[in-house]
Design a protein around this ligand. Structure first.
Ligand SMILES: *[C@@H]1O[C@H](CO)[C@@H](O)[C@H](O)[C@H]1NC(C)=O
Ligand SMILES: *[C@@H]1O[C@H](CO)[C@@H](O)[C@H](O)[C@H]1NC(C)=O
Ligand SMILES: *[C@@H]1O[C@H](CO)[C@@H](O)[C@H](O)[C@H]1NC(C)=O
Length: 353
């Protein structure tokens, strides 16, 4: 498996029919682009376990249970994600966490046909994440079904340093909110750990806010572009049933998705920062390089990427593909590439020698 993209809904806020989410992912065409997981977040269970200690799906939100939902989601060619917590209660405190019940809960998830587990870090016993998370890793390995393990300890103990042995991705940051400052600060915190990401274990700067309305279109393009070059899990966080044309154009940019899914699996880094003008770059398969020129300032400006900053020989002539204009530039470029970029906007290119 390469790495798939989940789709996330919080049940604490929305009473949501997940079958409808699965239908929408298929009818919008997003599933064909690689968005395969439909993820249930907090508040999916009753507050009390049953008399055998098992988690009980919320009787109003999931009247037919989770297994029936998993069967439905699988029948659409999708996968189902669920949520728990390495503490006594989850963050919303409306259902139990898995601390002390790891094996039992992992078996329950496997028996329902769950494919993905997000594991949160609220209401714990005060012990370290490095102690509590590996217990669930072992439990999942014994449960008899491959389940993607998404660590969500918010970057508390630098999970990039130990996450590879414990899970498939790890949140490097606190929760994102739907505004520019929050988004760029998540991007920055996540970038610090670029060296630690590789196939099998990814840095996760949290879900995508694209489509939720708190940023404008070019800011959402910057958001999606940074997540893509950072090889971050692309978790759609908006209601895809009403996604606008602009939202679909961003989430559906197959050239940008292909960068995220590139088989080399190397996370791009910020190679130059001239104040608010940034050059991000990283290698792709077949000796290609992805370059992101991002203008974080309030005014239009010019940004130059120099070959010696982005890992190309200074004299190499490259063809340049603009991934948001969907155009290959007419001339070959040598030594550097310059673009004029609007405020809170970016250009994303693939350079091919
Ligand atoms: C999205 O669409 C659903 C029905 O398809 C509707 O119930 C909901 O209110 C809509 N949400 C927004 C934000 O428009
Ligand atoms: C970019 O490279 C060209 C040669 O292709 C050179 O003439 C020019 O001075 C360079 N520009 C910058 C800003 O370094
Ligand atoms: C998006 O918002 C930023 C910040 O307010 C602004 O500088 C930029 O011009 C806006 N871009 C568009 C396309 O509206």
């Amino acid at each position: 498996m390469a790495f798939d993209f989940p789709f996330l809904f919080s049940l604490c806020k929305l009473p949501f029919t997940f079958g409808v989410a699965a239908d929408a992912i298929v009818s919008t065409g997003l599933s064909k682009l690689g968005y395969h997981y439909v993820n249930i977040d907090d508040c999916w269970a009753e507050i009390a376990r049953d008399d055998k200690g098992n988690l009980v799906p919320h009787k109003v939100k999931f009247p037919s249970g989770i297994k029936a939902l998993a069967d439905y989601v699988h029948s659409k060619g999708l996968k189902l994600g669920i949520y728990s917590d390495a503490g006594y209660y989850t963050c919303a405190k409306k259902m139990p966490g898995s601390l002390g019940h790891e094996e039992q809960d992992a078996k329950t998830f496997a028996s329902w046909g769950i494919d993905y587990l997000k594991y949160d870090n609220c209401n714990t016993d005060g012990s370290k994440p490095t102690v509590r998370y590996p217990v669930m890793t072992k439990a999942l390995m014994k449960a008899g079904r491959p389940i993607y393990f998404s660590l969500c300890e918010w970057g508390d103990m630098h999970p990039a340093l130990w996450g590879m042995k414990v899970g498939n991705s790890w949140r490097t940051t606190n929760d994102i909110s739907d505004n520019w400052e929050s988004m760029v600060s998540r991007a920055d915190q996540n970038e610090v750990y670029a060296e630690y990401a590789r196939p099998g274990g990814w840095n996760d700067p949290d879900m995508l806010e694209v489509g939720n309305g708190g940023m404008n279109k070019s800011e959402y393009i910057v958001h999606f572009s940074i997540w893509a070059v950072s090889k971050a899990p692309l978790l759609i966080g908006c209601d895809v049933r009403n996604a606008s044309k602009d939202t679909m154009e961003i989430l559906g940019n197959t050239e940008v998705i292909a960068v995220n899914q590139d088989k080399l699996g190397v996370q791009a880094k910020k190679v130059r920062m001239l104040g608010d003008l940034e050059v991000w770059a990283g290698p792709l398969s077949d000796y290609r390089v992805v370059v992101l020129l991002a203008n974080r300032s309030p005014v239009k400006d010019t940004i130059t990427a120099h070959w010696d900053d982005i890992g190309l020989p200074a004299d190499s002539a490259v063809t340049v593909r603009d991934l948001w204009e969907h155009k290959t530039l007419e001339t070959k470029f040598v030594n550097n590439l310059t673009a004029t970029i609007d405020s809170h906007s970016c250009k994303m290119y693939i350079l091919k020698p």
